[in-house]
Design a protein around this ligand. Structure first.
Ligand SMILES: *[C@@H]1O[C@H](CO)[C@@H](O)[C@H](O)[C@H]1NC(C)=O
Ligand SMILES: *[C@@H]1O[C@H](CO)[C@@H](O)[C@H](O)[C@H]1NC(C)=O
Ligand SMILES: *[C@@H]1O[C@H](CO)[C@@H](O)[C@H](O)[C@H]1NC(C)=O
Ligand SMILES: *[C@@H]1O[C@H](CO)[C@@H](O)[C@H](O)[C@H]1NC(C)=O
Ligand SMILES: *[C@@H]1O[C@H](CO)[C@@H](O)[C@H](O)[C@H]1NC(C)=O
Ligand SMILES: *[C@@H]1O[C@H](CO)[C@@H](O)[C@H](O)[C@H]1NC(C)=O
Ligand SMILES: *[C@@H]1O[C@H](CO)[C@@H](O)[C@H](O)[C@H]1NC(C)=O
Ligand SMILES: *[C@@H]1O[C@H](CO)[C@@H](O)[C@H](O)[C@H]1NC(C)=O
Length: 694
C-alpha cells in the first residue's frame, strides 16, 4: 500500500471550494479542490429539522458499516428543504451555510436566527500506522473538528462518566478520550458521542473509532478521530413552531431516536427486583438464597449467577461439579417465579475447548497477518465483527444455557480492555477506526441469537459497555464496579441523568456500591438503605456487590460476603422499598413504553420537565421519574433532612405531595424536608382536588 509514509506536514485544510452541484433539493453537495486533491462535502436533510454533514478527503462520500445513525435515511419532506445563493442549505428549522471565502460553516436556527455552531477548523492529517501490522481497506485520516457554540449554554449527555469532571451535571472544561475505561480506574465509564445543548439543539459525532471530545469555556468544542475516512456529524434542533420556552429536550430526544433507533418496551419480568452478588458458587448456594426470598415472600424478578461458574474462559458452559443439575435448578427457580441471569464474558483462554477452533478459523482478535493477539497473557478477545464469530458463540451459548431455559445474559467485562495499536478486526478494520462499536457487536451476538428464539418483548441483557445502537438491541447497562460510599451514591444520582440524556434507557447501579464495604459496618448499613431508596427509582432495580469480608473459599472457589436483604440491619425498611417498587411496576413499564415511542427517558433531570424554571437546572441531586414522581435521594450519613427544590407545576390545581407524610407543597420554591430511616423525600404530582394519593 502507498499510504505508508505520507509526510506528517501534509495537512489538508477545508478552505477552497471551487465547484458546486446539487443532486437534490435535500442534498447540498460540493466538490472541493486543494493541493491537487479533491474533497467532497455533502450536507443533507436527515430527519426533521436535522442535518447530516459529511466531508470526505477521498471524494467518495461513504456510508460506513459501523455507525451511530441507522443506515436507512429517514423519511424527509422535500418541502422543508431549500437552497439559496449557492452557500445556504435549509432543512426545516436548521440552516447550514458556508462563508464566502469557504473557510467556515455556520449552523443556525431559522425560527429565532440563533447561531448554534460556527466551525473554527477542520483538519485531516495522515494516519500513521506501522504497515507491518495493518493492511488498510481504504485510506484513513486523522481528523480534528473545532467549532464554537455561538450561544452561551451547557451541554449534557455523552454517556456515563463518573470520573474526570467535577460532576456538575453539565460538562464544563471536560476532556473525554474515547478509550475504554480510560477515565475510570477500572470500568463504569461509557462514551456516547452525542450531547444536547441548553440552547435547543443536539450534536452527534457519527464515528465509532478512538478519538476525543473537549469542551472549553462552555463554548469551544473539539472532536478528534484517530482514524477515519471522513468527517460525519449530525445536528438537530426543535421545530419552527416551538420556542425555547417549550419543552425542548423531549423534542430533541424524539429526533435522536428517530435516527439512531427507538428502544423497545421493557420485558415485564425485568421491572421487579434483581438479586445478585459476587458470587454464588454453587447450585445449592443459589437455590438456598432463592428459597430464602421465596419463603419470606420477598418477590425477586431475576436472580444472578456471576462469573467463574464456567470451566474455562471461552467454554461458555457450567462446571458440572459446582452446577450439577441445571434442569432441576431451572425447575426450582420457575416454581419460585424467578428468572435467571448468567454471566458471559467475551474472553477465550488458550486452554478453552473452543480455543483451537477459534484460533484456526480467525474468530479471535488478530493483527494484519492473521496472528492471534492475546489481550493479556493467555486470554483472547473474540472478534465479533465477524459474523462467523457471532454465530459460533451463540451456538455454544444456546446449547449450554439457552436450551435449559436461561434467556438473560450478563455481558460483563465487555470492553476489549485496552487499545491495541496493532490490532485489526474482521475485514481489515483497524482498532483505531471502529473499536467503540465492538461492544455493540458483542451484544448483537446475543440479540441476533435470541431473536430467533424469543419475541422481542422477552429479551433483555445487561452490559457494562454500550455504544449508540446498543439501546435498540434491548441492552440494559449498569454502572460498573463502583465504590460503596456516600460520595459515589451522589455521583451515581448525577451520572444517571446524563446517561438518560444519552439515550441509555435501561440503567441501574449496584445497590450499595460494588466494593469496599461489609455488613458489620453500621454506616454501610445505612448507605445500603439509602441506596435502595435510589435504586427503586432507577429503570432497573438491582442489588449487587462484593461484600467484605469474603466467605472462606470452598472447592468451588471464592465468594464475597452475604448480600441478601434479610441479613441487612434495616431489612424491614428495605423490604418495604421492594414492595413500593412492586407497586410501581406498571408505572415503570408504562413510562418505558413512552421511551420506546418517543425517546423520553423514565429517569430524567428536573429541567427535562421544567425547562422554563431556571432553578430546575441547579437541582442536580434530585430528578424526575416519569411525569409524576420527583425523587430526592438522601446521600449522607445520619442526616435528618435535605433540601429539595419543588418546581412550579404548570397544570392548574396541581401540587406536590410527599409520598410518605402525605403533606402537600406548592411548587416554585426550595424546602427543607425532614427524613427518618423509614422515608425519604419522594414527591408525587397530584391534583389538589384529591385528598390523598394512596
Ligand atoms: C468558494 O467556493 C465557491 C464554490 O465552489 C467558489 O466559486 C469560490 O471561488 C470559492 N471562494 C474562494 C475564496 O475560494
Ligand atoms: C493525528 O494528528 C496529530 C496532529 O494533527 C498528531 O499529533 C498525531 O500523532 C496523529 N495521530 C495519528 C495516529 O496519526
Ligand atoms: C474541578 O474544579 C476545580 C476548581 O474549580 C478545578 O481546579 C479542577 O481543574 C476541576 N477538575 C476537573 C476535572 O474539571
Ligand atoms: C489516538 O491518538 C492520540 C493522539 O495521537 C493518542 O494520544 C492516543 O493514544 C490514540 N488513541 C488510541 C487508542 O490509539
Ligand atoms: C470444576 O470445578 C471443580 C471444583 O472447583 C474443579 O476441581 C474442576 O477442575 C472444574 N472442572 C473444569 C472442567 O474446569
Ligand atoms: C493460533 O493459530 C496460529 C495459526 O493460525 C498459530 O500460529 C498460533 O501458534 C496459534 N496460537 C496458539 C496460542 O496456539
Ligand atoms: C497458555 O498461555 C500461557 C501464557 O502464555 C502459557 O504459559 C501456556 O502454556 C498456554 N497454554 C496452552 C494450553 O497453550
Ligand atoms: C407496554 O407495551 C407493551 C407492548 O406494546 C404492552 O404489552 C404493555 O401492556 C405496555 N405496558 C404498559 C404498562 O402500558
Amino acid at each position: 500500500m502507498l499510504y505508508k509514509y505520507l509526510p506528517q506536514s501534509f495537512i489538508l485544510l477545508v478552505f477552497h471550494f471551487i465547484s458546486s452541484n446539487t443532486a437534490s433539493k435535500c442534498i447540498f453537495s460540493r466538490t472541493i479542490y486543494f493541493g491537487g486533491f479533491q474533497q467532497q462535502l455533502q450536507a443533507e436533510a436527515w430527519g426533521r429539522d436535522s442535518l447530516r454533514i459529511r466531508l470526505s478527503p477521498n471524494v467518495i462520500i461513504q456510508t460506513p458499516d459501523y455507525q451511530a445513525l441507522l443506515p436507512e435515511k429517514p423519511a424527509i419532506d422535500e418541502l422543508d428543504c431549500q437552497q439559496s445563493n449557492g452557500n445556504t442549505f435549509i432543512n426545516g428549522n436548521l440552516q447550514f451555510s458556508i462563508s464566502d471565502d469557504n473557510t467556515t460553516w455556520l449552523i443556525e436556527r431559522q425560527s429565532d436566527g440563533l447561531h448554534l455552531i460556527q466551525t473554527q477548523s477542520i483538519t485531516f492529517s495522515p494516519y500513521n500506522y506501522p504497515l507491518s501490522v495493518y493492511s488498510p481497506v481504504y485510506t484513513l485520516y486523522n481528523l480534528s473538528l473545532r467549532y464554537i457554540h455561538v450561544q452561551y449554554g451547557y451541554l449534557y449527555g455523552l454517556g456515563e462518566h463518573h470520573y474526570g469532571h467535577n460532576l456538575t451535571l453539565p460538562y464544563r472544561d471536560f476532556h473525554l478520550p474515547f478509550v475504554f475505561s480510560s477515565t475510570a480506574p477500572t470500568n463504569g465509564d461509557i462514551t456516547i458521542p452525542w450531547y444536547v445543548h441548553t440552547s435547543g439543539f443536539g450534536f452527534l459525532w457519527n464515528q465509532p473509532g478512538y478519538g476525543s471530545f473537549d469542551v472549553r469555556d462552555d463554548t469551544e468544542i473539539t472532536w478528534t478521530a484517530n482514524a477515519t475516512h471522513q468527517l460525519d456529524i449530525w445536528i438537530t434542533t426543535i421545530p419552527k413552531e416551538e420556542s425555547l420556552s417549550s419543552l425542548i429536550y423531549p423534542l430533541l430526544m424524539k429526533n435522536y431516536v428517530d435516527v439512531v433507533g427507538h428502544p423497545n418496551p421493557l420485558p415485564h419480568f425485568a421491572s421487579g427486583f434483581w438479586q445478585s452478588k459476587n458470587r454464588y458458587r454453587t447450585q445449592q448456594e443459589l437455590l438456598e438464597v432463592a428459597k430464602g426470598y421465596y419463603d419470606r415472600q420477598i418477590p425477586v424478578s431475576v436472580i444472578v449467577i456471576d462469573y467463574f461458574h464456567w470451566t474455562s474462559f471461552g467454554d461458555w458452559q457450567f462446571n458440572k461439579t459446582c452446577w450439577p443439575d441445571i434442569v432441576q435448578m431451572m425447575d426450582q427457580l420457575k416454581a419460585y417465579n424467578m428468572n435467571l441471569m448468567v454471566s458471559v464474558w467475551p474472553h477465550v483462554a488458550n486452554n478453552s475447548e473452543n480455543f483451537m477452533f477459534m484460533n484456526t478459523t480467525g474468530l479471535l482478535t488478530h493483527d494484519a497477518n492473521g496472528r492471534t493477539m492475546p489481550t493479556n497473557e493467555n486470554l483472547y478477545i473474540s472478534d465479533e465483527f465477524n459474523p462467523a464469530t457471532r454465530q459460533f458463540i451463540w451456538d455454544r451459548v444456546k446449547t449450554n444455557y439457552f436450551d435449559y431455559g436461561i434467556k438473560i445474559y450478563w455481558l460483563d467485562a465487555d470492553e476489549p480492555e485496552q487499545s491495541r495499536p496493532d490490532l485489526q478486526w474482521w475485514y481489515g478494520r483497524h482498532d483505531d477506526e471502529i473499536a467503540l462499536a465492538w461492544a455493540r457487536e458483542h451484544q448483537r451476538t446475543f440479540w441476533e441469537g435470541l431473536q430467533h428464539e424469543l419475541p422481542k418483548e422477552e429479551i433483555i441483557m445487561l452490559s457494562r459497555q454500550a455504544w449508540i445502537g446498543s439501546h435498540r438491541m434491548n441492552v440494559a447497562v449498569w454502572s460498573g464496579d463502583i465504590d460503596s460510599s456516600w460520595e459515589e451514591l451522589l455521583k451515581q444520582i448525577k451520572v444517571a441523568q446524563n446517561v438518560a440524556l444519552s439515550g441509555i434507557y435501561w440503567w441501574t447501579t449496584d445497590i450499595g456500591g460494588y466494593r469496599h464495604a461489609g455488613l458489620s459496618d453500621d454506616e454501610f448499613q445505612e448507605l445500603l438503605l439509602r441506596w435502595f431508596q435510589f435504586g427503586a427509582f432507577c429503570p432497573l432495580f438491582r442489588l449487587h456487590g462484593e461484600r467484605y469480608p469474603p466467605l472462606p473459599n470452598d472447592e468451588c472457589g471464592f465468594s464475597g460476603g452475604h448480600n441478601e436483604v434479610w441479613l441487612f440491619k434495616y431489612s424491614s425498611q428495605i423490604i418495604s422499598i421492594i414492595e413500593l417498587r412492586e407497586s410501581l411496576r406498571d408505572y415503570v413499564e408504562y413510562h418505558l413504553n413512552i421511551s420506546a415511542e418517543n425517546g423520553t427517558p423514565l429517569l430524567r433531570p428536573m429541567f427535562y420537565d421544567f425547562n422554563n424554571d431556571d432553578q430546575s437546572y441547579n437541582a442536580e441531586d434530585q430528578y424526575m421519574f416519569g411525569t409524576d414522581y420527583l425523587v430526592a435521594p438522601v446521600y449522607a450519613y445520619q442526616v435528618t433532612s435535605r433540601s429539595v427544590y419543588l418546581p412550579k407545576i404548570s397544570q392548574r390545581n396541581s401540587v406536590w405531595q410527599h409520598y410518605y407524610t402525605k403533606e402537600k407543597y406548592q411548587g416554585g420554591q426550595r424546602y427543607t424536608i425532614a427524613t427518618t430511616l423509614y422515608d425519604f423525600p419522594l414527591f408525587v404530582k397530584v391534583s389538589s382536588n384529591y385528598a390523598t394519593i394512596d
